[in-house]
Design a protein around this ligand. Structure first.
Ligand code: FMN
Length: 144
């Protein structure tokens, strides 16, 4: 059984709704899911999972400060231990598109993690279609 970590931050609930849909998709496919806010997650969570999904809103064209803080805290311990770990990124934005998601991907790519699919993004509140994409993403994570 795959052990999947979903880490996210959300100010107004949009990325959180996406995180819950990713979790639902992964659980429905038989994975063991840990859903954590970035403020509550740490290096041990990253090291202990088989697959990770990271969710962030676009805040000033960057990942949310709490997601950056998560990486700042975890990175010294995990930086050389994440190679080939599968990951995917998702998140919500206002009008600026996927630029914040790309800042997360840059960090994961820098640790030589394995991006398993295109990110899933939603403009503000995720639509039913966006949430379905998130469920599909969860399914892909579980199948890794
Ligand atoms: C402090 C702040 C900064 C933001 N900066 C941007 C931005 O640069 N580009 C953008 O597209 N949206 C920006 N937004 C809009 C959010 O990305 C958008 O409302 C998103 O849906 C919030 O997701 P959440 O409910 O998960 O926090 C910003 C929102 C806040 C609160």
């Amino acid at each position: 059984m795959k052990n999947i970590l979903i880490v996210y931050h959300s100010h107004t609930g949009n990325t959180e709704a996406m995180a819950k849909a990713v979790s639902e998709g992964a659980s429905a496919s038989g994975a063991q899911v840990t859903l954590k806010k970035a403020a509550d997650a740490n290096d041990a969570d990253l090291l202990g999972c088989d697959v990770v999904a990271i969710g962030t809103p676009n805040n000033f064209s960057y990942m949310a400060g709490m997601v950056k803080d998560f990486f700042d805290r975890a990175w010294p311990t995990v930086r050389d231990k994440m190679a080939d770990k599968p990951y995917a990124v998702f998140g919500s934005y206002g009008g600026g598109g996927t630029v914040a998601i790309e800042t997360v991907e840059k960090i994961c790519d820098n640790m030589h993690m394995k991006r398993i699919c295109e990110s899933v993004s939603a403009q503000r509140q995720p639509s039913a279609e966006n949430l379905n994409e998130c469920k599909e993403l969860g399914k892909k994570l579980a199948e890794m």
